[in-house]
Design a protein around this ligand. Structure first.
Ligand code: ATP
Length: 221
């Protein structure tokens, strides 16, 4: 059991950690954060009995070289707005505070050094699970995270046999999060913004307000 009375270096002021033995880690680009992310994290917290979830904002994910990502300040403000209601969510700047490449395995190593006694539950969508064998050092990542909390996505094409052949033992680490399939992605929300379609209810109200007030994403791909 870990008990921290003061925020960790690089943590937002609001983050005060109580006893944490089951720690969720949820990484993403969050460009923008949407209700699919919030539902995944909150269902994981409840179904996996997590004490806390760190939302790890990745400045430049190694696997997303194909589209231009919004400035870090924009995504940080939006993510803070998205998670502000929940004391059991906090933003981790662990990837922001270090130079690239931001491989998940290194992120988890750093978080483990901050929470040495906590069990790490790595939270991902089904598409990320499918792609995990292609990530940097996936075996080491699995060794650091006893459990993967996975929420399916429509058309994520998760094939456990293939995964198991590439990463033996992975299927015993997966805990499926029971939730409806949500056909929501940051890509589709950016596309709606660009083409002037309605997008309000895909987002936390505070995220929606910020995007409208600051005119973020409009006119982008
Ligand atoms: P983009 O469309 O820009 O690729 P995204 O919506 O997939 O973005 P990310 O920030 O890349 O969002 O996702 C962070 C994590 O959340 C990933 O593990 C991803 O699989 C998961 N995730 C995102 N949206 C959903 C969803 N609708 N259902 C389940 N998991 C999701």
């Amino acid at each position: 059991m870990v008990r921290l009375n003061a925020p960790l270096p690089g943590k937002p002021a609001k983050a005060t950690y109580g006893a944490i033995s089951r720690l969720g880690v949820f990484g993403g680009t969050f460009d923008p954060p949407h209700i699919g992310h919030l539902i995944l994290a909150d269902e994981a917290r409840s179904q996996l009995a997590l004490d806390h979830i760190l939302w790890v904002l990745t400045p430049n994910p190694p696997h997303k070289g194909d589209h231009s990502i919004s400035p870090l300040e924009v995504r940080t403000s939006l993510l803070q707005a998205a998670i502000q209601d929940q004391p059991y969510f906090s933003l981790s700047t662990v990837d922001i505070d270090r130079p690239p490449p931001h491989y998940a395995v290194d992120t988890i190593r750093l978080i483990k050094s901050q929470f040495p006694e906590a069990s790490i539950f790595y939270l991902i969508g089904g598409d990320s699970l499918r792609d995990l064998p292609k990530w940097h050092a996936p075996r080491e990542l699995l060794d650091l995270c006893p459990t993967l909390g996975v929420m399916r996505r429509p058309d994520d094409q998760v094939d456990i046999l293939t995964l198991e052949s590439l990463l033996p033992g992975i299927s015993t680490r997966i805990q499926w999060i029971n939730a409806p399939l949500l056909e929501i992605s940051a890509t589709s929300i950016r596309a709606k913004l660009k083409s002037g379609q309605s997008f309000q209810y895909y987002l936390h109200p505070a995220v929606y307000r910020l995007i409208c007030d600051k005119h973020w994403y409009q006119g982008e791909a």
